[in-house]
Write a protein that binds this ligand. Structure first.
Ligand SMILES: [Zn+2]
Length: 447
């Protein structure tokens, strides 16, 4: 458990009548104990430290058939990053195979670029022998090379980019499940140029994917920073529960001073503190700016490393926040989030010097994590129109820009004089839209 709750004295300008306010403190708890903090100062010192993760979810994808009010089927795909522990000998084979595969992709890419032809049969005819003879790739791997190159070009073109030569600089190797790789006991069995190798891997966190309900897709062997990883896409059919069976609706407002403000059906507000995160990101920004001014190769290398460290740390924070949220509300919850446009637009709602701290990828990632962790818990998520969520009075429905005082984080309705913290108002309005969605099965265009 990564969270704990305690009573929170509002210091944010709300009327103080919100005795239901609670603050959730988050931390990577290394000793596995739950810790309560009764001092906001301490909470701010709780910026989670980066931890080594053997398993990390890289990407999520969904294929959703949304039939409001009815049970809907949904395929959830997670890509797990699993660390491999090859012996020295196995590592040499991996190295050789990955490099041959990369060079093969590079050469085929050259041919595709010259001919602009993406037909598999044509490419196969032109390149298959070359791949087999020059790089020593086995038949199946040669076919994978061709498929990999075609897929990369297709995605480039699908994104609206013009024809450019796709470069294969990073060593990577694609392996088809049950053909090029499979699980055998405690090891992954992988196809290499030297035959099959059985390599131990970091099992921690992976166990739940081995229960037979997950389907494994085409994996990628990746070599980064001296370590070997297998990126494994795993798909599960998660059937979401009927809207009518959902008792708990939680509105989630994303922000800077509070990463998330949650408002639930019992009228409780939960704040996930964001100031420590904001401070740490500001620190990273400053470090980067200093290094950017120096134009030396070593400064560039450090810049890259710092960027990677920041991303790992931010990902870890997002994992903890999303996990805490889903653990707190559990099954049969409908989480209501702002539509993506709102999250991109979040940069417009904050002061200039805070902008970096609100860059969209971190929110985007957090949102995706909430979505897939909720789906795994038989909870649902819905995205609603973000307009006016911060300007609408949750008591009387009066919409006015003047209801909100951004600078002082205050909301005071000009019509009924209802007052509260402004982040809380956003969460309350999202909650209300979720209630409407549960009843009507549709999302109102305006609150
Ligand atoms: Zn009002």
């Amino acid at each position: 458990m990564y969270w704990c709750a305690y009573a929170f004295q509002p210091q944010c300008g709300c009327d103080g009548s919100n005795s239901d306010l609670s603050l959730v403190a988050l931390r990577g708890n290394r000793r596995g104990r739950d810790v309560s903090y009764h001092d906001e100062q301490k909470v701010h010192a709780l910026a989670p430290k980066p931890r080594a993760r053997s398993l990390d979810v890289l990407r999520t994808g969904r294929c959703q058939v949304n039939l409001p009010g009815r049970l809907h089927a949904m395929d959830l795909t997670l890509t797990a990053k699993v660390q491999l522990y090859p012996t020295l000998e196995q590592e040499a084979w991996l190295r050789q195979t990955v490099e041959a595969y990369r060079q093969g992709c590079h050469d085929v890419s050259g041919i595709v670029y010259a001919t602009h032809n993406l037909q598999q049969a044509v490419l196969h005819k032109e390149t298959y022998r070359l791949l087999r003879a020059q790089f020593g790739l086995r038949s199946q791997m040669a076919q994978s090379v061709i498929k990999t190159v075609i897929a990369r070009y297709k995605s480039v073109l699908a994104n609206g980019h013009p024809w450019t030569r796709v470069r294969f600089t990073q060593p990577a190797l694609d392996l088809v499940w049950n053909r090029d790789y499979f699980l055998k006991g405690e090891r992954f069995s992988l196809n290499t140029l030297a035959g099959r190798v059985r390599i131990p891997f970091a099992r921690k966190g992976m166990e739940r994917f081995f229960d037979g309900t997950w389907q494994f897709g085409t994996a990628q062997v990746v070599h980064r920073h001296g370590r070997w990883f297998l990126h494994v896409p795993m798909t599960q059919d998660v059937s979401a529960i009927d809207l009518a069976d959902i008792p708990q609706v939680v509105g989630l407002d994303f922000g800077i001073n509070f990463l998330i403000t949650a408002y639930d059906s019992q009228g409780r507000t939960t704040f996930f503190p964001g100031r420590a995160v904001k401070a740490r990101r500001a620190h990273f920004t400053q470090l980067r700016q200093t290094l950017q001014r120096r134009q030396t190769p070593s400064a560039r290398r450090r810049l890259k490393r710092i960027g990677q460290r920041e991303n790992r740390w931010m990902t870890d924070v997002n994992h903890q926040v999303s996990k805490a949220l889903v653990v707190r509300y559990g099954v049969k919850t409908l989480f209501v989030l702002e539509d993506l446009k709102g999250i991109r637009g979040a940069t417009e709602r904050v002061r200039r010097r805070d902008r970096y701290t609100s860059v969209s990828w971190a929110f985007y990632q957090l949102r995706q994590m909430i979505e897939y962790k909720a789906a795994l818990q038989q909870a649902r998520t819905v995205a609603v129109d973000p307009h006016y969520t911060s300007q609408t009075c949750p008591q009387c429905g009066h919409v006015a820009r003047g209801n909100r005082d951004k600078r002082r984080h205050r909301f005071a309705c000009q019509q009924c004089h209802y007052r509260s913290n402004d982040d809380r108002i956003g969460a309350m309005n999202l909650h209300r839209q979720g209630i409407e969605y549960r009843v009507t099965g549709a999302i109102a265009a305006r609150p």
